[in-house]
Design a protein around this ligand. Sequence first.
Ligand code: ZN
Length: 315
Amino acid sequence: MTKSQDKLFKEGLKEQNLSKLKKVAKGDVHSHCGLGLRFSTFNKWAGGSVTKPPKAMDGIKGLDKYIFNETIGYIKTGKDVEFLIEEAVKEAISDGVTVLEPSIDCHDITYFNNENDFLDAIMAIKNKYKDKIDFRPEVGMPKLISPGALEDLLIPCIDSGIFKSIDLYGNETRDDDYERLKKYYRYARKKGLKLKVHAGEFQGPENIKKAIEILDVDEIQHGISSVNDQYAMDLIKERNIRLNICPSSNRILGSVKDMKKHPSRKLFDQGIKITINTDDLLIFDSGVSEEYLYLYKLGLFNEDELNEIRKMSLI
Ligand SMILES: [Zn+2]
């Protein structure tokens, strides 16, 4: 089984055959549930008048502007949140994803009558597709989360036992205050959750070092600026931290200017564990299979290396 999957995956790359790639098991371990469906699906659901995401955006600010103007207004009820989560799961299945770790923002609880309705909805989706995909819900929060929301929204999510990991996202700044979230990360660790953080996407390696040292994370979403600092790369390797990389996201948001020199190559050569992921399918319009093919076509990796990377996402 494993050998035939290896063969099919490598053939898919060499023949640039997406349907073969989609038949091979893959992980998507860095994605955001509300944006985990194709634009076409979202637009149809929203009534057909949503403006398409631009092909280039001004970083997280540009991304937030698009979401604020175009998508968020359509999400009004718990049923809407359920729809978005379920579509993200269905989309992943259709791409051959067998391990899915998408973040669900803890503020989504507020769309439901109570936290149990929210948690039940997630469990119902998990159970509905359990034979097809290992859907591991991840609880997400923005960096600007209020102290009240940390207590009232995040803690119940951690305590629920439903979420298998935690993630933090938002605009990157030099003053990211990881210190204030330290105790929540420690609590999540105590409860058995895997710890992730968005870092080093736009800011330099000091942002990554700070996140590692303060939050003691297992994985970093992006983390690509570590490529500019040997100490940061050594730290990542020494602590066995996995970097969950999203190439199309880097191109469209402008964090990588020359994709032929994408940092993933050097990070891989340093022996750092990396995975390839979608980030926001609705925005970047590229599933995991397409992302592998994209890196292959760029000439960044050969088929054996990408197969090795693929397997790292299935753990
Ligand atoms: Zn992300």
